[in-house]
Design a protein around this ligand. Structure first.
Ligand SMILES: [Zn+2]
Length: 421
């Protein structure tokens, strides 16, 4: 059975806001595999990025519950993970479920995994569907409302300025901003071997410290070094994490629909096949992603700098071109900004005030200290729209060929592929 791929117009529709919790979404539970492969199906619960590490912890016999997941065993069952003494979790940056499904002809190993009915169901990433938010959601098994990592850029309430959370420029220090324990830390405290394999330069990066702290870090210069290090670590019972960056990077530079991206995708498939080949017998392998990607339409690019109706009352624009966080000027009601944006954008974006977004569970449960970091108004772009601000963003940043951050199927549906070596 192969995966049915909806039309691009369907894939660009915004999905319902994913829930946090331990239950499988109703539709998936009722109808089985492929049941959430449309834009209207309920998402989240156990079928969510935040569920992966708690579920894997249960699979290796050391269940870790988190602030949003009380029952790791239920997550393991819902995701269909077999028990194993050792597990390798691979996160491929930017490889959305539908990006993958639409290019399977280039990826014999991933194709073989996607032929398994158990793998033919997307799971949901967090909102916004972007790396900093997703990494912290993944690493802690919680949600942006608790991790305080809610966008590529967000307000630093201490300084009143925007912080950028890849490099943590102008940001609250990583371990102070992100206070949830990671699943890696909790496992290590129990004496379980936890290893992370990545680029040497990411070992002490602030993003690693915030979102993924805890494991022994093995830096490898080449992709092969890193995957062999992961296979070596997996000889000891425990959890190994492997990060693969290039699909996202190439997507942003050349477009996910470019030949360059396909070349990178083919290499990633070969690396994953080599991982599977070299992993110790019986190792559980889980392949997931932080988000997918869409192709931006230059004719649907909206520049806030050129639209007084959009810039009015907005002090700072955070987030990213598909998921904006608008911070109001002093005394400006969020409802008024939201009203003007809805009037201008109509169906081109989903516009919510912070209170509306929180009430809908967009960020999961929200800590009081995180609340002011979130925008007064949250904007999720629809179709192939990007919304930029040429007053503050670089020309490159406002013209990326492929982007992500919003709630379309393309961006928010991610794979959770299961294999056993
Ligand atoms: Zn990205």
């Amino acid at each position: 059975m192969s995966v049915d791929i909806p039309d691009m117009s369907e894939l660009l529709k915004l999905t319902p806001t994913a829930r946090y919790g331990d239950d499988a979404p109703d539709r998936a539970a009722a109808a089985g595999a492929n049941a959430v492969a449309d834009a209207t199906g309920a998402r989240g619960g156990a079928l969510h990025l935040s569920a992966i590490l708690p579920a894997v912890s249960a699979a290796i016999g050391h269940p870790i519950n988190t602030a949003v997941h009380r029952d790791p065993k239920a997550l393991q069952r819902a995701l269909g993970l077999p028990d194993a003494t050792s597990a390798i979790v691979v996160l491929v940056d930017g490889l959305g479920y539908w990006n993958l499904a639409m290019r399977l002809g280039h990826a014999p190993y991933l194709r073989s995994l996607m032929n398994e009915p158990a793998n033919q169901r997307p799971i949901a990433t967090c909102a916004p569907s972007t790396t900093v938010a997703a990494m912290a959601t993944f690493g802690t098994g919680t949600c942006p409302g608790l991790t305080g990592m809610a966008g590529y850029t967000q307000l630093n309430p201490v300084t009143g300025k925007l912080s950028q959370l890849i490099q943590f420029t102008d940001a609250i220090p990583p371990s102070d901003l992100q206070r949830q324990p990671t699943v890696f830390e909790r496992l290590a405290l129990r004496g379980v071997q936890v290893t992370s394999c990545g680029l040497p330069k990411f070992k002490d990066s602030p993003l690693t410290e915030a979102a993924l702290r805890g494991p022994a870090y093995v830096g490898g210069v080449t992709p092969r070094d890193r995957l062999l290090a992961a296979c070596d670590a997996a000889k000891t019972p425990g959890l190994t994490y492997l990060y693969i960056r290039d699909a996202d990077k190439t997507g942003h530079s050349y477009g996910w629909d470019s030949d360059k991206w396909i070349g990178v995708f083919e290499r990633i498939d070969a690396q994953l096949a080599a991982l599977r080949h070299n992993a110790p017998h019986g190792t559980l392998i889980v392949v997931t992603a932080d988000h997918g990607m869409i192709t931006a339409d230059p004719d649907q690019r909206i520049d806030i700098a050129a639209e007084p109706q959009l810039s009015r009352g907005v002090r700072v624009v955070g987030g990213e071109p598909r998921a904006l966080m608008l911070y109001a000027e002093e005394g400006e009601p969020a409802e008024d900004i939201a009203h003007r944006w809805r009037e201008r954008l109509g169906g081109l974006a989903l516009v919510r005030t912070r209170d509306e977004a929180i009430a809908q569970g967009l960020f999961g449960p929200v800590d009081d200290r995180v609340r002011p970091m979130l925008g007064d108004v949250l904007v999720a772009a629809a179709e192939s729209v990007t919304i930029v601000d040429s007053r503050t963003q670089s020309d490159k940043a406002t013209h990326l060929p492929s982007v992500h951050g919003s709630q379309s199927m393309m961006e928010s549906d991610i794979p959770c592929l299961i294999d056993v070596a």
